[in-house]
Design a protein around this ligand. Structure first.
Ligand SMILES: [Fe+2]
Length: 455
């Protein structure tokens, strides 16, 4: 195990896209090949591939597990009862609707009845199809109970989990991740994992992508440094248990449906592994934001943490963008986000604090959806407060905030329960209705002339 970092009682490897290796028992990794006739300690060799075998080398993802028993050792899959019909992986007019209206949800309550991560997961919106390997789903979860005697496996896509309330202890085949609100976890397609909730009632957001994987955005003229640094991504180190677990179930999400298979051992029996297809986490406070230092508001893409690309250059299947604490210094500039209509669609959430463009109503644990070409921007209160401060406002630091956005080129369809949710804020539109006309011909001309004279 090299370059390991201690994170409390868990150890991590650092880096993004590296070819990692980790062993929980010294000598468990075969020294010179992937699949020897007999592996050290009598382990089974098993590969998990995240891209087609023939993908170009710079995009090829796979890892090798050296495990006590192989994953295949289980009874046949059966439909899980109870199912979770609030999970979708295909979006069409039979199961979802479209709506160009600006939508916002108040924080969704965590249920009182025992609910684990699997049963607490529900789809808000999405586009495309997991079967066609193109599209995404945006889910949320509200849960209060650790998964017990079972592991989850998502055969449909990669999860990007954004906890908002409550830590997640995620055991994966590569080892364990402790993920607090303010951090994110990526669980790639196919990995088996179990989520424990040490803080009880928990809530968060999940972006799921079909047919591709997250990567770091190109930095262009920013240069070689800035935004999310590769070294701040943390990968678990090998951890295993060798116990009998009668009735242990693997719950597999496949085409949005849940199936289960019984086995009598823990799937977390990987003694050593190596490869570049791995789960990982990232602390959003490590993000190095860039911004204007003179005038105008930058496009939100400047704050992209991770991007899932399409085949079109610069067009994302899903960008994960954050709005972290930062200094605002722009002169003679409307500093909050500008009013706009976007050919991309924007789902936002708030982890803690407030959001600069919404004085009221957008709360931690809530969400909003501004669909393709739907106008949006600061609410009336934020607009009036900003212009009232005038041009003389000095440098100002936005603190105690962490909002984020999932942005996609594919237009999301909205689930029934998201539309029918009692947490849907039916008065959202009211936050803009009060925007009044400031149009004044005389004043505008005189201001314009004043600027010309000043120059
Ligand atoms: Fe926007």
């Amino acid at each position: 195990m090299e370059n390991s970092i201690s994170g409390g009682d868990f150890e991590y490897l650092s880096g993004f896209g590296n070819h990692f290796s980790s062993e929980a028992l010294a000598g468990a990794l075969p020294p010179a090949q992937n699949s020897p006739l007999v592996c050290p300690y009598g382990l089974y060799a098993e590969q998990i591939s995240g891209t087609s075998f023939t993908s170009p080398r710079n995009r090829n993802l796979r890892s090798w597990f050296y495990r006590i028993k192989p994953s295949v050792t289980h009874e046949p899959f059966k439909s899980r009862i109870p199912s979770n019909e609030r999970i979708l992986s295909e979006f069409n007019n039979s199961n979802t609707s479209t709506n160009p209206t600006q939508l916002r949800w108040k924080p969704i309550h965590v249920p009182d009845s025992p609910t684990d991560f699997i049963d607490g997961l529900f789809t808000m919106c999405g586009s495309g199809s997991s079967f066609m390997r193109h599209g995404y789903a945006i889910h949320m979860y509200t849960a209060n109970k650790s998964m017990d005697n079972c592991a989850f496996c998502n055969a449909d896509g990669d999860f990007l989990i954004v906890p908002q309330q409550g830590r997640l202890l995620i055991t994966t085949e590569c080892g364990r991740l402790k993920v607090s609100p303010g951090e994110i976890a990526i669980l790639p397609q196919g990995f088996r994992f179990a989520v424990s909730l040490p803080d009880g009632p928990s809530r968060g957001y999940v972006a799921e992508i079909f047919g591709t994987h997250f990567q770091l955005p190109d930095l262009g003229p920013i240069g070689a440094n800035g935004l999310a640094a590769p070294r701040d991504f943390l990968v678990p180190t090998a951890w295993f248990e060798d116990k009998s677990y009668p009735g242990y179930t693997i719950v597999q999400k496949f085409g949005g449906e849940l199936f289960f298979a019984v086995q009598d051992f823990s799937p977390f029996n990987v003694v050593a592994w190596h490869g570049n297809y791995v789960p990982y986490k990232y602390n959003l406070s490590k993000f190095c934001p860039y911004n204007t230092v003179l005038f105008d508001h930058s496009d939100p893409s400047i704050n992209t943490v991770l991007t899932a690309p399409t085949d079109k250059p610069g067009v994302a299947l899903l960008d994960f963008v954050i709005f972290p604490p930062r200094w605002l210094v722009a002169e003679h500039t409307f500093r909050p986000p500008y009013y706009h209509r976007n050919c991309m669609s924007e789902f936002m959430g708030l982890i803690h604090g407030g959001y600069e463009a919404k004085a009221d109503g957008f709360l931690p644990g809530g969400a909003s959806l501004h669909n393709c070409m739907t106008p949006h921007g600061p609410d009336t209160k934020s607009y009036e407060a900003t212009i009232a401060r005038g041009n003389d406002v000095g440098p100002h630091k936005i603190t105690d905030t962490m909002a984020f956005m999932f942005e996609s080129c594919l237009i999301p369809r909205i689930s029934k329960w998201a539309v029918e949710s009692p947490f849907l804020d039916k008065d959202y539109y009211q936050c803009w209705i009060g925007l009044r006309s400031h149009f004044a011909v005389t004043e505008t001309i005189s201001n314009s002339r004043k600027c010309q004279y000043d120059e």
